[in-house]
Every structure is written in C-alpha cells, then in structure tokens.
Design a protein around this ligand. Structure first.
Ligand SMILES: Cc1cc2nc3c(=O)[nH]c(=O)nc-3n(C[C@H](O)[C@H](O)[C@H](O)COP(=O)(O)OP(=O)(O)OC[C@H]3O[C@@H](n4cnc5c(N)ncnc54)[C@H](O)[C@@H]3O)c2cc1C
Length: 472
C-alpha cells in the first residue's frame, strides 16, 4: 500500500506515474490518495461561466524543455489534446509582454532583432549586457541571489527591469533573496567555471551535449512545429487535474477527499501510519508527501523535530488575486499578455494578466490583478480584507490602464502561503532534508512545488523522477 498525501497536481501526478509503473512492471501496489479539501487540484481553480473564465491560480503552461514535453505527453495520454489552447510565438500575447516603470508601460523585446535596438526603460540595447559580462571580474561563490548575479554580469538595469519583475511573475518573490540556481543555474555555473556567462556559452558550444532524453508525443511534436509559446486548457486549467482525478479513479486509486492528515508516525522502514483529524489511522508501506513543506513539518515534528525545522525553513509567500470581468464590446486593453511591475516601483501590485487575450472563449475584457507576494504583509498588514484588495486593484488599473468603468463581475481570493521561495541555499537545504529521510530509513518521498521547481511542469516532472527512482 502506497499513500499519496495531497491531491494537488503533485499528488495526482505521483499516482499517475505509480499506476504506469504498476502496469509496466505487473506490480499490484495498492494506491490511496488523501486530500484535505473536498476536491483535487490544489491551487488550480477555475470559475467558468458562459461569458468568462476566472483562473484563481495558474493559467498558462510552458511547452518547452524536457519538463514541458513531459507535461504534453501526459496531457495527450489523458485524452486532453483537443482541449489544449496554444498561444503561438506570433500571437500578441506571446509578443507583447510589458513592464510598468516610471508611470509608463514599456514593451519588452520579443525577438532577436529587438535585443539590438534601444528599448526604454533600458538606456542601451540589451546586447550591451553581453559586453558588460565580458568585462566583469570573476567572483567565486557557492550560491548568490539572482538579482546580485544579474547585476554583476549584465548591469543594474537588467537586474531591475528584466530579472526582478520576472521573479515577481514566476514566484511572487524578491529577486534579491531568490537563489540564482532557481532560474539561471547554467549561467551561474558558466560564470563559476569559466569566469563569465559569454565565455561559458562559447565553451559549451564545443562541448558534447548531455541530459535526459525524452520521447515526444504527437502533441509535443505539434507544440514544437507550431512554435507554441505557452498554452492553457479550454474550459479552464482545472479541467487538467479533474481529468487526472477521473483517470486515477477509473484505475482503482482510492481517493479520499475531506481527509486532512494531522500526524505521520514512522513505525519501521516499511510501515508508516497516517492519522487524520478524526484520529482514524491509515497504514502504508510508503508515503509520497506532496503537501507544502510547512504542512509536512507539522505532521513529522513529534518524531522528527530536526526534519520539521528544515522543512519549516523553506519560506512561502501569500498572493492576492483579483479577477475582473467587464462586459464590453470593444476590449479595454490592447492585445498583450499583460504587464509586470518591478519591485523598484514599490507598487502594491505584482502585475496584471490580460486574460481575454490569453484564455479562449472569453467575451468582453477579463483581467487578473496579482497583489502582494513577498511584500504582502508590508503592503496590506495582517488582517487585509478582500474589499481592500479589490479597491487597490481597481485603483491601480484606473491609474495604469486608464480603465474607469466598474467591472461587471469580480472575484477576490487571498491565497495564503501559496508559493514556495527558493531562496539562497534552497537546493542545499532540500538535499539535507532528503539525506535525513534516507539516513533515518523513513519510508517517505518528497514531491510537489516545495522542492524541485515551483511551476506545473516542474511538479509533474519531479513526480515522474521520484517514482522512477523509488521503483528501480
Ligand atoms: C497564484 C498562482 C499562480 C500560478 N501560476 C502558474 C502558472 O501560470 N504556470 C505554472 O506552471 N505554475 C503556476 N503556479 C504554480 C502551480 O500552481 C504549482 O506548481 C502547483 O499547483 C503545485 O502543485 P502541488 O501539488 O505541489 O501543491 P498544491 O497545489 O499546494 O497541492 C497540495 C495539496 O495538498 C493538500 N493538503 C495540504 N495539507 C494536507 C494535509 N495535512 N492532509 C491532506 N492534504 C493536504 C492541499 O489541500 C492541496 O490540495 C501558480 C501558483 C499560484 C499560487
């Protein structure tokens, strides 16, 4: 019996890969999944009406790289290919991504040609950043913040106007705290090994390529041929975990909703007891924990306080989401993905997504304002109301986008501790956590966004890798 703790995408994917391994190896491992709430999907939540879709968590998935191909392979296997709504490289939502600086919206360059042109707010064409890198001295380091790294190699403007807002967009975090290895591991390794990014890039061109191979499903091939930038799922992203859930049920995975686990008791190297809030006990030979690290910490702290402390030391941020629907005949914004606000602007909002251009089947104008993140408490205090977040969002879109009319419908959600922050030292901490589990023979594996990547692709891929590792 293997228990899967948590029914977010991490838990659902773990069960999916365990099932595949069962089939491939003719195993008969019984699987049960324990989810605290009344539905699976975790942060993925869509509100769908005939006029609009409000995504309250994630909305787009990237098709590129091994992790992107892996997700597309899973989507095809689940029979969801026809539901995929791609945004190709030529689509305005792919080409037009903006930042808000000094009370102006500026387009970020989206083509190779663009990096040779001067684009405000940058004072020089972006290609100059490469010359800057060549002229900078080498600084030996184990880890660094992504902001420091970008400033050191490419200059302050790139750090402030490209990297810092990108980190806000990906993890609602502060680039001055996030590890360079989160997004620029290879560039950092080039700097450390070869003395600079450009030097490393040149050397790497002549080295043999290594890495995982992956098979391409027809859908993944299509994404490559049609040059998808990102994609979403028609009817809302929630269709994805809902389909996975149905697939698992059809394959006899025992899915227990409304089952919040409050304690794990490790009995021996292949017995673990999971106690729920009504003190019922579930027994498993192995547990795949896919719940956030801070939640797992509480479950193990009685038996393993040292492990609990390390898990607690992974920080999380809270994000406010304000979805707005304007029933208009002409769009209130120009075609674009939306804009991000660099932290240097000291704004209460992180950015705005123009959903009516990214998500299909929307009538009128649909926008999502993201607020807070790393600065949530600083900007809004401890007891912020949904009304306050709504007022801030309306004020900001009035100022920045000149939208004065009231939305026809709105929805506000505060997502507490929703995104883990891979701060400096994160990867070493995760290694220490896994070493502890291994050295103490605990029958537990860790999956989910707390450890090996915060995006949907990362979570699914880490489930696949973990299952492969455990089943060989
Ligand atoms: C606002 C926002 C926007 C995002 N945008 C994007 C995007 O556009 N693209 C992208 O790729 N990624 C995005 N992400 C990231 C993506 O949503 C996550 O990578 C993914 O949903 C994480 O899945 P998970 O299973 O690891 O965790 P979760 O979704 O947190 O699932 C964990 C599950 O465990 C359950 N649980 C917790 N404690 C217990 C317990 N004690 N007992 C039983 N069950 C428990 C929870 O109820 C939950 O269902 C975004 C995230 C947020 C918050």
């Amino acid at each position: 019996m293997a228990a899967i703790l948590g029914g977010g995408l991490g838990g659902l994917s773990t069960a999916y890969y365990l099932l595949r391994t069962n089939v491939a190896k003719s195993n008969n491992l019984k699987l049960f999944l324990l989810e605290a709430t009344n539905c699976c999907g975790g942060w993925i939540k869509s509100i769908k009406t005939k006029d609009y879709i409000f995504e309250q968590g994630p909305r787009t998935i990237r098709p590129k790289g091994i992790t992107g191909v892996n997700t597309l392979n899973m989507i095809e296997d689940l029979g969801l290919s026809e539901h995929v709504a791609p945004i190709t490289a030529e689509h305005p939502a792919a080409k037009n991504r903006m930042i808000y600086v000094n009370q102006n919206l500026y387009h970020l360059p989206s083509s190779f040609k663009g990096i040779f042109q001067k684009n405000l707010p940058f004072s020089k064409p972006l290609v100059y950043a490469l010359f800057y890198d060549i002229s900078q001295p080498h600084k030996p380091l184990q880890d660094d913040s992504i902001y420091n790294f970008a400033e050191r190699r490419f200059g302050k403007e790139i750090a402030d106007y490209a990297i810092a807002p990108m980190i806000c967009g990906i993890c609602a975090g502060d680039a001055k705290e996030i590890s360079v290895k989160f997004l620029m591991k290879t560039l950092f390794e080039w700097e450390q090994t070869h003395g600079g990014v450009v030097k490393g890039m040149m050397k790497s061109m002549f080295s043999p390529k290594s890495g995982d191979d992956i098979e391409f499903s027809n859908l993944a091939k299509r994404a490559q041929e049609e040059k998808w930038n990102v994609y979403t799922i028609k009817g809302g992203l929630e269709t994805f975990p809902a389909t996975l859930h149905d697939h698992l049920k059809q394959n006899n995975v025992d899915i227990n909703l409304n089952t919040k686990i409050k304690e794990l008791q490790f009995v021996d190297h292949n017995t673990v007891l999971l106690k729920n809030c009504s003190n019922e006990l579930f027994t498993a030979s192995h547990v795949y924990s896919t719940i956030p690290s801070h939640a797992l910490a509480k479950l193990v702290e009685k038996q393993h306080p040292e492990l609990a402390q390390e898990l607690c030391d992974i920080p999380f941020v809270t994000v406010g989401i304000v979805n707005l629907y304007f029933s208009t005949d002409t769009p209130l914004v120009s075609p674009a993905f939306g804009f991000l606000v660099p932290p240097i602007e000291n704004s209460p909002i992180l950015g705005v997504v123009f959903d009516s251009f990214c998500i299909p089947d929307q009538k009128g104008t649909v926008l999502t304002v993201m607020l807070g993140g790393k600065w949530f408490k600083e900007k809004f205090g401890e007891d912020v109301t949904e009304q306050k977040l709504y007022d801030v969002a309306i004020h900001e879109i009035g100022t920045i986008l000149n939208i004065t009319q009231k939305p026809t419908v709105h929805h506000v959600n505060i997502l507490p501790k929703c995104i883990p922050q891979y701060v400096i030292g994160h990867y070493e901490r995760v290694e220490k956590i896994r070493d502890y589990i291994h050295n103490n023979n605990l029958p537990m594996s860790l999956v989910g966004s707390s450890y090996d990547g915060v995006g949907i692709n990362d979570v699914i891929y880490s489930a696949k890798k973990q299952v492969e590792e455990d089943c060989t």
